[in-house]
Design a protein around this ligand. Structure first.
Ligand code: PLP
Length: 360
């Protein structure tokens, strides 16, 4: 078999090798049933077991109490940009949104279709290189939405914001869910497209407070209502069984590693290796403000666009793939999700040093 290389891609992204091996087996034969995971009826006992263990591991991993529902949906985080306000932003109400990057902007644009959106804080003035420290909320928002980790700009909220009294927190956690502990008590709803940190692109994880399901704001198509999926245990229609299976194995892998606190520690160490190299260099520079730096997506630049193109090209040839930055920031981006190995960070830093020596 061909050797695997270091994959720094922002998403779809690296998955744990142990999980990929288990998934290979399950494609052939799920849990000794004689039928593969792609071939099973979503209403049969084998898939019941996948559902039960995936939800149980998710609850154990993040300490999720029963008053929250866990849903496995489709349509990615992008459909959540629309489902969240469609279900919970009343026509005569408002919601507050933090504008900290391209994904926040998309979420805001969708919410504006349904009601009044007040932008509580924005960092657009400096091309989203930081997360604002303060917000100014509108009057009586139903909820406050933020993007915990800004995949494109390499920034993150060190802590979740505190919403005004009566409002609950909604969060797009697509690129950092389960990279660190999360205090769900503070949230009404969190969502994540699985493709960054949790599994394949076909499934979206939604965790929401069960009581919100009684408060759908308007008449909606059946598939767009959270209560449809909650009542049918995420099997109203044919669900992405394979994605849920893989996510369940990723949860097991995270539990085996010691849970979210242990995983956060590893992630901080991995990010530190790369940030130290950036900070210790006169050649490379980070693009995110140090107080807002993400530990999942590290964005940095070289002295010229020509050198950046050369860096990405030579890195790929050396087995370091996916380092080209997003066009709205330029330069390079190293995505270091949970499954990204520490050795890959060390290899990147060595490559950076060699490159600087040759071109600096
Ligand atoms: C990738 C990403 C999205 C888009 O996710 P899809 O599942 O492709 O819709 C949304 N928000 C953030 C923060 C992301 O990183």
């Amino acid at each position: 078999m061909a050797e695997r290389i270091f994959n720094f891609s922002a998403g779809p992204a690296v998955l744990p090798e142990a999980v990929l091996k288990r998934a290979q087996d399950a494609i052939w034969d799920l849990d000794g049933s004689g039928i593969g995971v792609l071939e099973h009826s979503h209403r049969g006992k084998a898939v019941d077991a996948v559902w039960e263990r995936t939800e149980e591991r998710c609850r154990r991993l993040a300490g999720i109490p029963d008053r929250y529902r866990i849903l496995f949906l489709q349509g990615g985080a992008s459909l959540q940009f629309c489902m969240l306000p469609a279900n919970f932003l009343p026509e005569d109400g408002s919601a507050d949104y933090w504008n900290t990057g391209s994904w926040s902007k998309k979420a805001i644009a969708e919410a504006r279709r349904y009601g009044e959106v007040h932008v509580a804080a924005t960092s657009e003035d400096e091309n989203f290189c930081y997360v604002p420290a303060e917000a100014s909320y509108g009057a009586g928002p139903a909820y406050v939405h933020f993007t915990s980790n800004n995949t494109i700009f390499g920034t993150r909220f060190a802590e979740e914001p505190t919403p005004p009294a009566g409002a609950w927190l909604a969060c797009d956690t697509s690129s950092d869910l389960f990279s660190r502990p999360i205090d769900l008590d503070r949230y009404g709803l969190v969502y994540a497209g699985a493709l960054k940190n949790l599994g394949p692109a076909c499934v979206t994880l939604v965790i929401l407070r069960a009581d919100l399901l009684d408060a759908t704001a308007r008449d909606l198509p059946t598939m767009l209502r959270y209560d449809t999926h909650a009542k049918q245990d995420s099997r109203y229609n044919t669900p992405p069984v394979f994605g849920v299976y893989v996510m369940g194995e990723v949860f097991a892998w995270l539990l085996e590693r010691g849970g979210l606190e242990a995983v956060e520690k590893e992630n901080e160490e991995k990010a530190r290796i790369v940030y130290d190299a950036i900070d210790g260099s006169d050649f490379f520079r980070g693009t995110a403000r140090t107080d807002s730096r993400s530990i999942m997506n590290i964005t940095f630049r070289a002295p010229s666009e020509e050198l950046e193109a050369e860096f990405v090209k030579q890195a790929a040839a050396a087995g370091l793939s996916g380092l080209k930055g997003h066009r709205s920031v330029g330069g390079m981006r190293a995505s270091l999700y949970n499954a990204f190995p520490r050795e890959g960070c060390v290899a990147l830093v060595q490559f950076m040093k060699d490159f600087e020596r040759k071109h600096g």
